[in-house]
Design a protein around this ligand. Structure first.
Ligand code: UDX
Ligand code: ADP
Length: 463
């Protein structure tokens, strides 16, 4: 029986996942640990509006469980030692150096965790990989634990997370399925059952699937690749719709009504972002290539190529429409997060599109309801296209959407925040330079209404 859980990594995955486990299993103590003192301080902030991540419904759960059976700290060793089960939920970014640069997942954080667990643990542990990992990582973790440990028994399980940001709490409370990968041995099956027993507290048993470890690891990459592929497929059609006079939203509705296709993940956009899709596909491509499967690798790589194309063509369309020059022109950027209802900006299309506009010397005024000014500048500075001073002189981040649009030549809608629809667009129109343009990269706004007001509009996927 599990009495104490430790989760290493208090990020977008570890934080909400552990909050829901603590909520649903009041008899289990859940210790979430992280190297970052700032992040842990934010999780412990008395003002729940200062939690490090924004997810609808999360504040209520933290309010109920924090200090009861949910704890956040930087005392990693102690949490490892106290735990019966350890979730590894650290980041696995795409490798930025050496072999596999730009494609393979960087496993250094995972390896450090495994070594630390091996060093510290003196009682048997179940170690659960939660981070998205390339196939056969569990084997590597297992190897490190068994060869560097103190002779303690470790069972390694793979339990990939399928939550989507912005709906994390709902996805965790009502998952389509829970996937647990385990070794075929008697001990492996026993460890998996222990984890099944935790999830059974709120998930129907027929939704809890157990597989071998490799199937579980590969299923996560495959699920994300299939989802991203749908977005790239509809985005490919968006370009065709624009040149032929069709409307991609009408096409999406028509094809989504076919129950074999289904209506989800058919929304055309400025391109997908987020920490998973690109990373996981690059990873899949890398794995396929490393086994010499060129056609398989090329097939999936095309999903990324199309996504990059979608971002690039949106930016160049703005430049082209604004009479082929945006130099010195103010452009309002509405939305910086990679999707609505999150403050996460990893791989957000807004970063790429803004960078393209800045290369043309546009001046940007950015507004996002949840992303901080520091985050926006850090995203731009990390590109190393311009110095920090240059970014500061070309970009301002404002807290009022109307201020972002004032005197602008154009507004670009890059995240589908619901509130953008409720703005006083007549007021925005009056405050802008004429002709006033709206480039709607999310097909979010009422185009007819905008045109009635006087705006010149571009809506993604509409010819
Ligand atoms: C994804 C997977 O959905 C989730 O199961 C996995 O655990 C992690 O990766 P996430 O990246 O949080 O989740 O969000 P998701 O809703 O999948 O959106 C990813 C990107 O695709 C966003 O930029 C979103 O705007 C875009 N998207 C999504 C579209 O452009 N069109 C769509 O129809 C759906
Ligand atoms: P994800 O979206 O996968 O949750 P995040 O980057 O939001 O990714 O969170 C991962 C967290 O893991 C970060 O807060 C980082 O500080 C933490 N982390 C990375 N390596 C370690 C480690 N060895 N020990 C503790 N925490 C770690």
């Amino acid at each position: 029986m599990i009495k104490t859980i430790c989760c290493i990594g208090a990020g977008y995955v570890g934080g909400p996942t552990m909050a829901v486990i603590a909520l649903k299993c009041p008899d289990i103590t859940v210790n979430v640990v992280d190297l970052s003192q700032t992040r842990i301080d934010a999780w412990n902030d008395r003002d729940l509006n200062n939690l490090p991540i924004y997810e609808p419904g999360l504040i209520e759960i933290i309010h109920k469980c924090r200090g009861r059976n949910l704890f956040f700290s930087t005392e990693v060793d102690k949490a490892i030692e106290d735990a019966d089960a350890i979730f590894i939920s650290v980041n696995t970014p795409t490798k930025a150096y050496g072999v596999g640069k730009g494609q393979a997942a960087d496993l250094k954080y995972i390896e450090l965790c495994a070594r630390q667990i091996a060093e510290v643990a003196t009682t048997p542990k179940i170690v659960i990989e939660k981070s998205t990992l390339p196939v056969r990582t569990a084997e590597a973790i297992s190897n490190i634990l068994k060869n560097t440990g103190n002779g303690v028994d470790f069972q390694v399980l793979s339990n990939p997370e399928f939550l989507a940001e912005g709906t994390a709490v709902q996805d965790l409370l009502y998952p389509d399925r829970v996937l647990i990968g385990r070794e075929e041995s008697k001990e492996g099956k026993k460890a998996a059952q222990t984890l099944v027993d935790i999830y059974k507290n709120w998930v129907n048993e027929d939704k809890i699937l157990t597989t071998n470890v490799w199937s579980s690891e590969l299923s996560k990459l495959t699920a994300n690749a299939f989802l991203a592929q749908r977005v790239s497929s509809i985005n490919a059609m968006s370009e065709l719709c624009e040149v032929t006079g069709a409307d991609v939203n009408e096409v999406a509705k028509a094809i989504g009504a076919d129950s074999r296709i289904g209506s989800k993940f058919l929304k055309s956009s400025v391109g997908f972002g987020g920490s998973c899709f690109q990373k996981d596909i690059l990873n899949l491509v890398y794995i396929a290539k490393s086994y010499g499967l060129k056609e398989v690798a090329d097939y999936w790589e095309q999903v990324i190529i199309l996504n990059n194309h979608q971002k690039r063509r949106f930016a160049s369309n703005i430049v082209k429409t604004l009479f082929n020059t945006v130099s010195g022109k103010d452009i309002a950027i509405l939305g910086w997060a990679f999707k609505k209802n999150t403050n996460d900006t990893r791989e957000s299309a807004a970063i790429y599109i803004s960078n393209e506009l800045l290369k043309e010397r546009a001046e940007l005024k950015v507004f996002d309801p949840k992303v901080t000014k520091e985050q926006i500048f850090s995203d731009l500075d990390r590109l190393e296209t311009r110095t920090e001073e240059e970014n500061k002189s070309l970009v301002s981040v404002v807290e009022d959407p109307y201020e972002a649009c004032e005197n602008a030549h154009a507004v670009a809608v890059l995240t589908e925040w619901d509130e953008f629809n409720g703005y006083d667009w007549e007021k925005i129109y009056r405050s802008m330079k004429k002709p006033a343009f709206v480039f709607d990269g999310r097909a979010l706004l009422d185009q007819e209404k905008l045109e009635e007001i006087g705006f010149a509009t571009y809506k993604i996927g509409k010819g």
